[in-house]
Ligand binder design. Sequence first.
Ligand SMILES: *Cc1c(COP(=O)(O)O)cnc(C)c1O
Length: 352
Amino acid sequence: MSITALARAQVQALTPYQSARRIGGQGHIWLNANEAADSGDYTLDCARLNRYPECQPPMVINRYAAYAGLNPEQVLASRGGDEGIELLIRTFCEPGKDQILQCSPTYGMYAISAETNGVGIVDVPLNADRQPDFDAIIGRLDEVKLVFLCSPNNPTGDLVDRAGLLRLLDAARGRALVVVDEAYIEFCPTASQASLLNEYAELVIIRTLSKAFGLAGIRCGFTLANPEVIGLLLKVIAPYPIPEPVAQIAAQALSEEGLARMQTRVDDINRLKAELVGKLAASKQVREVFAANGNYVLVRFAEGAKLFARMATAGIILRDFSSKPGLSDCIRITIGQQAEMDAVLDVLQQEQ
Ligand SMILES: *Cc1c(COP(=O)(O)O)cnc(C)c1O
């Protein structure tokens, strides 16, 4: 009798999330996980490490609320944006009965979190313009509890159309929650839907310190929603989800100085991104450069597999999306430092 046979059937059948870290690779230039190239310096006060931390550290919550233009009652901090996604599923979806809706190709964690919690997945693929098919989504609202939209979408980069979102929010009143994942919104802040939170009780927004703030290693994210939703999530969240060192670093990242550093990083990345996109678009080996609204760009190459292998040989690790529907020959490139972008272009320009 194997130990595995003792596990829940649901778990035995699972394939773990293929995170960039798990896929790994040999290389010295890591452009496969949309991480920032730097994190900045932080100080740590170890005087209180003997005590359990606050469930929701007030300084972190207050500063994030001020940054997002919301009240503290509309903000929940969690172990990365990923825990926010999972908490929503655990709070609103009955295992074995309820379903979530997603629009593929999109971020993998919506489906993984649903599956690990015994929750079904309705997939309404993005349309030919790579927008959510709002009519089709509205037609299936009664089958689902949560609709996940990602804006900018990972990996395609497109922003969710605001008129379509408003139509969906009107249709969703009292029926389902609409979750807009804004993990990359700092790279295109005017596209945020956060101002709609005060009008639409069914709207939820996911944010993170992992991307523009350069803090993927501390695991800190935020769920923004009306106080009733936040109150329900607080019933389900672990008692001490935010370790004291994480709270201290997050508070510093959200200080005036921290926000200024984040803004400088965003400006640098957006500038490097514009340069890279221009050069990619001019390359004969490139078929299509997707909308680049985050800190990454999805590129369809003439021969994606060959290009990926050539990059890997040069020690450059990218993320291959070519097996996803509609994304043949597509590879995602994280915007790193100038030298890293130069290395990518060097390989692209080499004789084949
Ligand atoms: C990175 C990412 C997240 C959250 O990441 P965390 O590190 O868990 O905060 C959420 N959504 C998308 C689309 C992402 O790319």
